[in-house]
Design a protein around this ligand. Structure first.
Ligand SMILES: [Zn+2]
Length: 873
């Protein structure tokens, strides 16, 4: 269901969203904004031999790297490498000691002579460091003694330099050799082929990996630790999966479709999977959803869903898996030259998710995903005025919903306009001519034109270099005499800045007594009327049949037509649109009956889910009856969960309560049970406290129901839950349970300082997610006595810089209760209460946009957070 469209769903969700935003923010990893343009180069880095050892207890990396490079112009007498926080021990050039100096961000090495183009230099750097990012150590702790030990890296966007002095921008490519000396019972994974392993004495073992296809340094990867491996193949290429050693049994259920995806993408693109192997390593506490390191993707271990829950998630982790796999072509084989063109990586990876969904799960599922994606994109208002390609992202991240969601949509529209065959012929050519190179958007345009001979400049100008998407008002009138439909279309977006009027081909379908007929039109004016024949009055007029254009649309239709459309439109998107429109007809019984019918019988799961939510929006007694009745019939877990969730928005009645209680207790679907617990908390049913307490103590896979119950205690607001929540917030408990408990705890006994102190004590917790949850819990709790603890955190050394604004915002909230703004002097005392209120709304809406933007960067992370941070089950 459309998560972001349901703002009324309260503070739990809100605080969950904030936690997720924080997680994503951290993953964006910006000490400073990324360099928007590629730097000019003095040298070409051709090969790096990287030997690493780890002092795990000290969280230290000990490195010996030899870079082979050649000057790109005559007279280069110094070469500089990106290097942050590393202790450089020695540097040799061509085996002789060399002079070097360091700054905060660079290592500068003197060459023995003024270099000439074509000369080769081997620069060997010995160093060590305790990286604050780029390389991460996951270790057992006092509270979590059984946690498997892991060391892993995350280079994108500019973090490789925190553990390896190197050229750290995408516009250079090199081959690599990675030599890892680790305890002999560890496994390691890096880019390319495993060349050898050898005994290194003292219980240590050395692993040598070699990547012979040149790649950029942000795609360099090391994973090492207590892992287990499962092996598979695709056309004799090794396909391997790695899980933390206690979760190896989860690999098959979640990842076994990988070879089928490799096969599909190779065939569709006409370019075979280009690397020597494909490894996917699932690591704990990962700072992103997934990362497409060349031939060696790293994903969050949360993608290893409990096999008992897997059947309840229809497309499972395939979004994440297909996204990172898509990058192996788009991003890794052909790489954006600069961060301003990042959509060439992310838009394509997002598009490739659809390619898999469509082939494996069918057109309806792909259409549903795309329908939701466009609604989500329009809700991120801050994206609207920005072009996809831009170089002015100083104060925000370039990894936004334009690079991902809109980028994927643009490619979908291009496919629709060019036709499947011509589109893929264009992509094949693009991949072939740019193989192993760095690209900008113009390279894509050129490749498509060379093959299709179709000019796509105007398409790219409006969709990629221009901002926004059409906002349309559509209406029609039927002229009985002339037998004509006069269809009026207005473009209502503000034409200014990067935004113009759009020129888009659109399919109009008119259905009358003789059946449906399709009329292609081209919309290009601020306002225009198309006159189309119809031998009798239309039963239904579809503008942009099947939702082929990214747009928002107000198309006022009478109830009769909407009822017809919900039942008869051939495409999922048109039926879903009708369901949403009918959900707005408050108290209308015909709408409720029709939605109930769609909920029970529509052939597409997506429409059934939308119908359930629309019945929740109607909120009439007949709507409740439809939802309750559907529960006897609807079996799919995701639809049941939608129905139950919709019921949570009704006023409490004995009948609804009884149903929710019974589902919470013993429904066949865990998702429906979790949704019922949430609805019970939200409705504050008479026995809510008892039901939720029982659920906290019940057994379920990975504590799925327990976490749902802990979350539901917040909206329930019953102080009796405090001791239980305090217990589950404590170190030693499951991280996701702790997050849920902390969120709920923050909303109870607001004057109880002990609770505030307990939450404040987690600001330095060993679990990153718990730290973030605590920061926001303190802000929402409103107890100003937490300010000194937050201020102390702000001053701490190892705080990543992107955390600071979040903490500051929470401090500001606490210091300015009831009329807070997102920071900065606002002269709030002068303002009237209503102005303050609207500021608060604005702030919340701004934060929510931020959340959405961050979400978009890692939308695949959604799938991995079922129990804690997902707003809806
Ligand atoms: Zn991506």
């Amino acid at each position: 269901m459309d998560k972001s469209g349901k703002r009324r769903r309260s503070v739990t969700i809100w605080s969950n969203l904030v936690v997720r935003a924080a997680l994503l923010l951290c993953s964006a990893g910006v000490l400073r904004a990324d360099e928007p343009y590629a730097p000019s180069r003095d040298y070409d880095l051709q090969h790096s031999k990287v030997a690493l050892r780890f002092d795990v207890q000290q969280k230290k990396v000990i490195g010996d790297v030899t870079h082979t490079l050649t000057p790109l112009r005559d007279g280069v007498d110094k070469v500089s490498f990106d290097s942050v926080g590393l202790q450089i021990e020695s540097v040799k050039v061509n085996r002789h000691a060399a002079k070097f100096s360091t700054t905060q961000e660079k290592l500068i090495v003197d060459l023995p002579n003024a270099g000439k183009i074509g000369e080769k230099y081997d620069v060997e750097i010995m160093y060590e460091g305790k990286p604050t990012k780029g390389l991460y150590f996951i270790l057992p702790t006092k509270d979590y003694p059984n946690r498997p030990t892991q060391v892993w890296t995350q280079g994108e966007s500019e973090d490789t330099r925190y553990y390896l002095p190197t050229y750290d921008y995408p516009n250079d490519r090199l081959t690599t050799e990675t030599i890892l000396t680790v305890p002999s019972d560890w496994l390691t994974v890096s880019n390319g082929k495993l060349i050898s392993t050898s005994d290194a004495g003292n219980g240590m073992k050395t692993w040598t990996w070699r990547e012979s296809v040149p790649t950029s340094t942000y795609l360099f990867s090391v994973v090492a630790g207590d892992f287990v491996e499962v092996k598979d193949t695709w056309r004799n290429i090794p396909v391997t999966y790695y899980a933390p050693k206690d979760r190896g049994d989860r690999l098959a259920a979640n990842y076994s479709r990988t070879p089928a995806m490799i096969d599909l993408f190779s065939k569709k693109l006409g370019v075979d999977y280009p690397w020597e192997k494909y490894a996917q390593s699932m690591v704990d506490d990962f700072v992103a959803g997934g990362m497409e390191n060349s031939s060696a993707t790293t994903n969050t271990a949360s993608s290893l869903r409990n096999p008992k829950l897997v059947p309840e998630y229809p497309t499972d982790e395939d979004g994440l898996i297909s996204h990172e796999l898509g990058h192996q072509w788009f991003g890794d084989l052909v790489t954006t030259k600069d961060w301003g063109n990042i959509w060439l990586n992310e838009g394509f990876a997002t598009f490739m998710e659809t390619v898999w969904t469509e082939a494996h799960y069918g057109k309806d599922q792909a259409d549903y995903d795309r329908w939701q994606e466009s609604r989500k994109w329009f809700q991120q208002h801050n994206l609207y005025e920005k072009p996809i390609v831009r170089h002015d992202f100083d104060d925000s991240s370039e990894f936004d919903g334009n690079a991902y969601g809109k980028g994927g949509w643009v490619l979908y529209m291009l496919r629709h306009q060019l036709g499947e065959d011509r589109f893929y012929a264009g992509l094949k050519h693009y991949l072939e001519v740019n193989r192993g190179k760095n690209v900008v958007t113009a390279d894509l345009v050129k490749a498509i034109e060379e093959v299709t001979h179709t000019d796509v400049d105007q398409f790219f100008d409006q969709w990629v270099y221009g901002a926004g998407a059409p906002k349309l008002e559509v209406s029609y009138a039927y002229d009985v005499e002339k037998k004509q439909v006069a269809l009026t279309v207005k473009q209502t977006q503000k034409v200014e800045g990067h935004m113009g009027l759009f020129r888009v081909p659109v399919d109009v379908e008119i259905t009358n007594a003789t059946g449906p007929k399709l009329y292609p039109v081209v919309v290009s004016q601020a306002e225009e009327t198309f006159t189309l024949p119809s031998s009798s009055a239309p039963q239904m007029v579809l503008f942009d049949k099947g939702n082929q254009v990214l747009k928002s649309m107000e198309f006022k239709k009478d109830k009769k037509e909407l009822l017809y459309q919900l039942k008869n439109a051939g495409e999922l998107a048109d039926r879903a649109d009708a369901a949403v429109a009918l959900g707005k007809m408050k108290g209308d019984d015909e709408a409720a009956s029709a939605l109930g019918e769609a909920l029970r019988n529509d052939r597409a799961r997506g429409v059934r889910e939308v119908a359930a939510a629309a019945l929740g929006d109607l909120n009439s007694s007949l709507a409740a009856k439809q939802l309750l009745g559907a529960l006897d019939q609807v079996k799919e877990p995701e639809v049941r969960a939608s129905v139950v969730q919709a019921l949570g928005s009704f006023k409490e009645t004995p009948e609804i309560t009884a149903k929710l209680e019974s589902i919470a207790k013993d429904d066949a679907s865990y998702r429906a049970r979790a949704a019922a617990l949430g609805a019970i908390g939200q409705m504050k049913t008479p026995k809510a406290y008892e039901t939720l307490t029982v659920a906290v103590n019940s057994e379920s896979p990975d504590g799925f129901l327990r976490d749902a119950a802990l979350r539901a205690f917040g909206p329930l607001g019953d102080d009796k839950a405090v001791p239980l929540l305090r217990e589950w917030a404590a170190p030693g408990k499951d991280t996701r349970s702790r997050e849920a408990a902390i969120n709920s705890l923050a909303r109870l006994q607001k004057n109880n300082k002990e609770i505030t102190n307990q939450i404040a004590s987690y600001l330095n917790d060993s679990e990153f997610r718990v730290r973030v949850a605590s920061i926001f819990a303190l802000g929402s709790r409103g107890d100003a006595s937490a300010v000194p603890a937050l201020e102390a955190l702000l001053k701490s050394d190892d705080l990543s810089i992107e955390m600071a604004p979040m903490i500051k915002t929470q401090i500001h909230r606490l210091k300015n209760p009831g009329k807070t703004a997102a920071g900065g002097p606002m002269g709030m005392d002068e303002e009237s209460e209503s102005a303050a209120k609207s500021k608060e709304d604005e702030r919340l809406s701004h934060l929510e946009q931020l959340v959405e933007e961050m979400n978009a960067r890692l939308k695949t992370i959604e799938a991995r957070l079922p129990a804690t941070t997902k707003a809806r089950p």
